[in-house]
Each structure stands twice: as structure tokens, then as C-alpha cells.
Design a protein around this ligand. Structure first.
Ligand code: MN
Length: 408
């Protein structure tokens, strides 16, 4: 059994003592690193300032998680053990309790400075659905899909924290029936429900990181909404892949769940046929029993299951560095849209509406294919924690604002 915390944690909270995700909050003392517990945040910078942690703590007294993430797994585990101890030992309550702040009294910031951002395409169901919708006369999966985790480099500078409004992007688009391309606000604005992995420990240029190196380099996990303008994407993506149809914004959860918290969610990895090349071999393939939830204007429209992803996070890391590209602290790589086989497990509105042909019902008679101005999307997720607990990530929420059609 997990030790009991003296902090009141409501039933069903995303943040039991077995979770303890890291984030950056803005309160009366500026931006501070904290750990979520129940409805509170433990001010970790305050803990460090008062000498309540053993060992070096400078990395915890900054405005982002980057220095702490760079400090390595031994330090991650040591700080986690110390935090568990101070939140469970009643004798320490008197000194620690004044460092709890209510989550509803502060705002959350982007938890880390994003270095490079990569997005994969690792759900076979999603890739198959997209293939059928975009290329109905061709094979659904491209020939390379089963041999390597397909990905692209995105735009790190437009990764934003949950709660940031999303201005509808403008761009160039051309439907098959159009004689010529036009410019204007995207008319097929979509989401992608994804899981993101955050690199803590960097690697050197020219060095490759193996699948087994995952645990030493990757700090934790966030939820990701990869906002996507399908009309812009469909016209621009051949032959170099996504560009402006994706780069206008990517939202992440304010909380980074450390890998240690997800130990109880590990499940067997996928069966892979054909067997991947040696550099992608994974001696211990695992996935996470992590179920996402997509709510559109308050109606839950999908629950995508992460456990069904084809390529593992370790394989994605090995692949993105196999050419010697170095890892940087703050690198974010996302799984790709998580879609299960059933319609109510699809992780994008492109799939849920089957290319805009089958509207999704949002409550009484409200039909949607793609996002309208004023729409809000909330992503949540749930995973089993240790000892029968449930772990969450908080919410990834975004509201669509009208396009800014002037040149500004
Ligand atoms: Mn994506």
C-alpha cells in the first residue's frame, strides 16, 4: 500500500500521492516549480528555500523544469522520494503545510522551455483511417509505415500550455473540386489527441540513443493536442509533410507526470510484424494503459486508448536519434494521434466525422464536423496508478477564436 498523505485528496482526483506531477505555477511570488497533490500544489521552490530537501536544489528554484529535468534519473527519484516523505510523514506537516497553495488560486505556465518538437504517426488505426479518407484509391498505409515510426519536426515555439486560446489559422488551401487555390481562414480546423514524452537528459551530436536509453533520458509524460488545419494540410503536405497546417499551435497539459508515477500503468507492448530492424529492437517493449478522453463543448465524443499504439516510446526515441541527431533538454516528442478501432475511440474530428461526411452530435441536435469559432476542446486522461489509485494529467483545454484576417 502507498503511504497515506496528510493532504486531503478528493475521491477521483487526478493527483493522488502516487502521481505527484511537476508543473510551473504563477502565484504571488512569480513563476515557481510545484508538485500537484489533490486540489493543491506543493511549492517546491519554497520547500527548497527552507532547506526541507536533501542534496542540491538550485534546479528547483527556477521558472521552468528544464534544469531539474537535466539533472538525471537519480535526482528525479531522490526528489520524488523526499516529496512523498514530506507529504506522508505527519511530523513534517507543520513545516510543509504552509507551502501548499490551492490550484484554483494560481495560473499554470508552460512547464518547460520546449527545445525541439517532433510528432509521430504511430497509431495504425489512425494512419489507416487517414489513408482511407485522404487517399481512397491507394493503400491505406504507406509502405514504410510498418518499418519505421513516421514523424516530422514541428514548431517548438508555438507549443502552448493548456488554457491558451487558439486563433483560427489562415492559409492557402485547395480542395480537389477547386480550380485554383484560395487564401483564408481554415474551414476544417481539427484536433489530435496525443501523448507527449519530454526529454530531460541530453545526448551528444553524433551519438545515438538506444531503446534501452529511454529511461535515462526521458523525464515524463504530458497530454498533447496537436491542433490541425486539415484543408491547409491536405494541400501543402506533398511531398515534405505537415507545415503550416500544424505549426500555428500545439497545446500541452500543465502537468508533467514523471515516469515513476506510471509504473503501475505499464502493459505489454504491441506485437510488431514485420520484425523491426535491429536499431529499433526493444528488449522490453511496453505501452501504457492510458485512456484519453476528448470533450467537445462539454460532450465526451471519444476515449482513445494509448495502449493500442504500434510503435513504442522507446522505439520513437531510438528512431529520432539514429542518425546522430542530439537530444536537448526540453525536447518534446508526441505519439501521433491516438485512435482505437471503434468510432468512439478516434482521436481526431477528421476521423470522427469521416472527412466531414458524418457529423458528430454534441447533445440535443447540435451537429459538428470541424471546429467552429467559440468551440472548446478538453483532453483528459486516466491511467492506473500504484495500489489501486487513478492517475490523471489535469486538462488540456483550448477555445477557438475567430481568424485574424488582417495583416497586423
Ligand atoms: Mn499529430
Amino acid at each position: 500500500m502507498s503511504p497515506q498523505t496528510w493532504v486531503p485528496v478528493p475521491e477521483g482526483s487526478d493527483f493522488p500521492i502516487t502521481n505527484l506531477p511537476y508543473g510551473v505555477f504563477r502565484g504571488t511570488n512569480g513563476r515557481r516549480i510545484g508538485v500537484a497533490i489533490g486540489e493543491h500544489i506543493l511549492d517546491l521552490a519554497g520547500v527548497a528555500e527552507r532547506g526541507l530537501l536533501d542534496g542540491p536544489t538550485k534546479a528547483l528554484r527556477t521558472a521552468t523544469l528544464n534544469d531539474f529535468m537535466a539533472s538525471g534519473r537519480a535526482q528525479w527519484l531522490r526528489v520524488r522520494a523526499d516529496v512523498i516523505e514530506m507529504l506522508t510523514d505527519e511530523s513534517r506537516r507543520g513545516r510543509v503545510e504552509p507551502l501548499l497553495v490551492r490550484q484554483d488560486a494560481v495560473s499554470m505556465c508552460l512547464p518547460f522551455d520546449v527545445a525541439d518538437y517532433v510528432d509521430f504517426y504511430s497509431s495504425k488505426e489512425h494512419a489507416t483511417n487517414v489513408g482511407k479518407i485522404f487517399r481512397p484509391d491507394a493503400a491505406a498505409l504507406p509502405p514504410n509505415w510498418s518499418h519505421l515510426p513516421i514523424g516530422y519536426h514541428g514548431r517548438a515555439g508555438t507549443v502552448v500550455v493548456s488554457g491558451t486560446d487558439i486563433v483560427r489559422p489562415c492559409g492557402q488551401r485547395k480542395a480537389a473540386v477547386d480550380a485554383a487555390p484560395t487564401y483564408g481562414p481554415s474551414q476544417r480546423l481539427d484536433i489530435e489527441a496525443e501523448v507527449g514524452f519530454v526529454v530531460g537528459v541530453p545526448s551528444s551530436l553524433g551519438e545515438r540513443v538506444s531503446t534501452a536509453g529511454f529511461a535515462d533520458h526521458v523525464f515524463g509524460v504530458v497530454l498533447v493536442n496537436d491542433w490541425s488545419a486539415r484543408d491547409i494540410q491536405a494541400w501543402e503536405y506533398v511531398p515534405l509533410g505537415p507545415f503550416l497546417g500544424k505549426s500555428f499551435a500545439t497545446s500541452i497539459s500543465p502537468w508533467v507526470v514523471p515516469l515513476a508515477a506510471l509504473a503501475g500503468a505499464r502493459v505489454a507492448g504491441p506485437v510488431q510484424d514485420p520484425v523491426p530492424l535491429d536499431y529499433l529492437a526493444d528488449a522490453d517493449p511496453w505501452s501504457l494503459d492510458l485512456v484519453l478522453e476528448v470533450a467537445w463543448n462539454g460532450t465526451v465524443v471519444s476515449r482513445p486508448p494509448f495502449a493500442s499504439m504500434y510503435w513504442t516510446a522507446g522505439q520513437q526515441l531510438a528512431h529520432l536519434s539514429v542518425n546522430g541527431a542530439s537530444l536537448r533538454t526540453g525536447d518534446l516528442y508526441a505519439s501521433g494521434t491516438v485512435s482505437g478501432p471503434a468510432r468512439d475511440q478516434f482521436g481526431s474530428f477528421l476521423e470522427l466525422s469521416w472527412g466531414g461526411t458524418q457529423p458528430v452530435e454534441l447533445g440535443a441536435g447540435v451537429l459538428r464536423t470541424f471546429l467552429e469559432d467559440g468551440d472548446s476542446v478538453v483532453l483528459r486522461a486516466s491511467a492506473p496508478g500504484l495500489d489501486g489509485t487513478r492517475i490523471g494529467f489535469g486538462e488540456v483545454v483550448g477555445t477557438v477564436l475567430p481568424a485574424r484576417t488582417g495583416s497586423g
